[in-house]
Design a protein around this ligand. Structure first.
Ligand code: UDP
Length: 327
């Protein structure tokens, strides 16, 4: 059993990680500002309200709970918003990570699992993107995650930190037991807004461009279930706690679906069509991002088990029909 501090533990991916940690016998301690996280999402272990931009608050939390490792999820995470306001993203995400790393060092915490993103690759010609693909982010969101990866690498090299970096593809779905799920307000992610349109909570969705160089012209993404992702984090932190080396690994299902394909599957799964129309491209969106997940399998024995698109859609749909948080 290990105590793990989880920044952003009240958020979408962080709350799934807390549940998976508890299921594996660990104690997650949630550190969250509740700016976008939900108090109701904290169901496992204690919680501390704090903001990574306030260096003292994170240091106090680490001193109080003496975690064996940290999982760092807390960040602004919208590609579109980052394009509109790059400074906001650089300040919040980079400063937050730096404050966390310095607090960990001061308090002697030597293991970190970091939530990075496939946005660090940007447009990539590879059919399946491996971790050693060129790093050419298309958005400030991707650029600052990449900068944090490099910051972490310096702390590994010069301070002896051991870190596991996970580059997520498109996280979707909800806890199969319905305890936690995705609830961003406003919501911008494809799967929840599509389901909102199917429920009649919004009139339609706009497909961001159908003139990409893909089979049907819409963007292709690799959708991975939040519970699969959470399980990888537990395996990652356990590797570090057992003295294993740091790593960087993609997390995705290893298969791509276009926006049109997802809309079609959603119509089937929920039993009603998703109203949609085609609009202009969204700046910062690469045409195709599909993961080569083999490294996570080799070093952690992880593979996506619930990331079939129908399973993702069914879990997301069940969660949405319950009304999300505050229902
Ligand atoms: N997308 C879309 N309409 C929307 C939201 C998303 O066509 O209203 C597309 C978007 O261009 C991308 C894919 O759906 O290709 C997934 O977008 P999302 O915002 O869910 O995740 P991201 O890929 O930005 O992490």
């Amino acid at each position: 059993m290990a105590v793990i501090l989880v920044t952003g533990g009240a958020g979408y991916v962080g709350s799934h990680a807390c549940k998976a940690l508890a299921a594996a016998g660990h104690e997650p301690v949630c550190f969250d500002s509740y700016r976008t996280g939900w108090r109701e999402a904290v169901r496992y272990g204690p919680a501390v309200e704090g903001n990574l931009l306030d260096a003292a608050s994170v240091r106090e939390a680490i001193a109080r709970f003496a975690p064996a490792a940290v999982m760092h999820f807390a960040a602004l995470s919208l590609v579109g918003e980052s394009v509109r306001d790059p400074g906001l993203y650089w300040r919040a995400n980079l400063t937050g990570a730096l404050n966390l790393l310095e607090a960990m060092r001061e308090e002697g915490v030597g293991a970190l699992v970091f939530s990075s993103t496939a946005a660090v690759y940007g447009a990539c010609d590879a059919a399946l993107i491996p971790e050693d693909a060129p790093l050419r982010p298309d958005s400030p969101y991707g650029s600052c995650k990449l900068a944090i990866e490099r910051l972490i690498a310096d702390f590994e090299r010069f301070h002896g930190l051991r870190a596991g970096v996970f580059r997520y593809f498109n996280v979707a779905g909800a806890d199969p037991e319905g305890e936690i799920g995705e609830d961003h307000r406003p919501e911008t992610h494809l799967i929840p807004i599509m389901l909102e349109a199917a429920l009649g909570r919004r009139p339609e969705i706009v497909v961001y461009g159908d003139d990409y160089p893909t089979e049907d012209g819409t963007c292709v993404r690799d959708y991975v279930h939040a519970s699969d992702l959470a399980r990888a984090h537990v395996l990652g932190v356990e590797r570090l706690l057992a003295g294993g080396e740091g790593f960087t690994a993609n997390l995705g299902a290893g298969r791509g679906l276009s926006v049109r394909e997802v809309i079609e599957r959603a119509g089937e799964v929920v039993g009603r069509p998703v109203p949609h129309r085609v609009g202009p491209r969204r700046p910062g969106d690469p045409a195709r991002l599909v993961c080569d997940p083999s490294r996570a399998r080799q070093i952690l024995g992880w593979r996506a088990e619930r990331s079939d698109i129908d399973a993702i859609l069914r879990d997301a749909w069940a969660w949405m029909r319950r009304g999300g948080y505050g229902a």
